[in-house]
Write a protein of this length. Structure first.
Length: 296
């Protein structure tokens, strides 16, 4: 299954694992790459280069296939992470959370491919003008950090395809073979998948996090305002409380709260990011099973 995305990334299938913060663990990343996709390590919450180096080297021990990383533009260490990734022979990264125009030239200088995550056609065109090698068109169904403007994946994907010359990868609301095929029918040359991989045996997310995804209806997520951005998260009692109070406290998304909720399963300690695809996820499978079903 060769297209511009697989040729660029060196993977068998044009399936990229979304960057999922502290639960984007090396074991899951390696499993995605071993199954034919492209696993991505996450750097958004890292505060030193050594953490990323350790994760890259651990992943290398688990796979001899290509894998990548996500660079979050709001993290001031992103340029240092880029140089470290290049040293470790990681050749592709996704860029999100801010303007990529400063980092793309550095990535190209380092011999790396830049895949820019965008919420609108306007941002896609801008990213391409700054040298993006591919565009990840992320629809509003996706989990985690969101802006205040955006369209659904089924609208955004073909709109970006029409506007861009570089390959387009669809993200948001994709978790099985139906979504995968739909994305390709919309003109995308690949998909980025996040929430479905949280509900995998290799992901270190706590069983409680996975269970809430599996039990979620199609209406089981909410958008929470957090100043410049929003967060799509699973509807839990904590999220209901935040909606009623019309505020988003810092403690529920980051630091100790993230560890307590994502890794230790305390759903009252922090919000649990997830996309609307949660309503179509009914079991926890291995990464290999997820990808094989998707491309079947």
């Amino acid at each position: 299954m060769s297209n511009r995305v697989t040729e660029m990334l060196g993977c068998q299938y044009p399936i990229i694992q979304g960057a999922m913060g502290i639960i984007s663990n090396p074991e899951m990343v390696a499993a995605v790459s071993n199954a034919g996709g492209l696993g991505l390590l996450a750097t958004a919450f890292a505060d030193n280069v050594d953490i990323i180096r350790e994760q890259v080297q651990t992943t290398k021990k688990l796979t001899d296939k290509p894998f990548g990383a996500n660079l979050f533009m709001m993290n001031p260490l992103s340029d240092q992470f880029a140089r470290l990734l290049a040293e470790e022979d990681v050749r592709a990264v996704t860029l999100s959370g801010g303007s990529p125009k400063v980092l793309i030239p550095l990535l190209h200088e380092l011999g790396m491919k830049a895949l820019v995550v965008v919420p609108t056609v306007k941002v896609a065109v801008s990213a391409e003008s700054h040298g993006a090698d591919a565009i990840v068109a992320e629809g509003s169904e996706s989990g985690g950090i969101q802006g205040y403007q955006g369209a659904s994946t089924i609208v955004l994907t073909p709109a970006v395809v029409d506007a861009a010359k570089v390959p387009v990868i669809a993200a948001g609301g994709i978790g099985d073979s139906r979504g995968y095929k739909a994305a390709l029918a919309l003109g995308a040359e690949g998909v980025q998948v996040g929430t479905r991989f949280i509900a995998s045996t290799e992901c270190i997310a706590h069983a409680t996090y996975k269970d809430i995804i599996v039990q979620s209806p199609e209406t089981g997520t909410e958008l929470l305002d957090r100043g410049r951005l929003r967060i799509r998260a699973l509807h839990t009692p904590l999220v209901e409380k935040l909606i009623q109070s019309e505020q988003m406290e810092d403690y529920v998304f980051g630091g100790k709260a993230m560890e307590a909720s994502w890794l230790k399963g305390d759903a009252d300690a922090g919000v649990l990011p997830a996309g609307q695809i949660s309503g179509l996820i009914h079991n926890v499978l291995s990464v290999k099973e997820i990808i094989e079903e998707m491309v079947s």
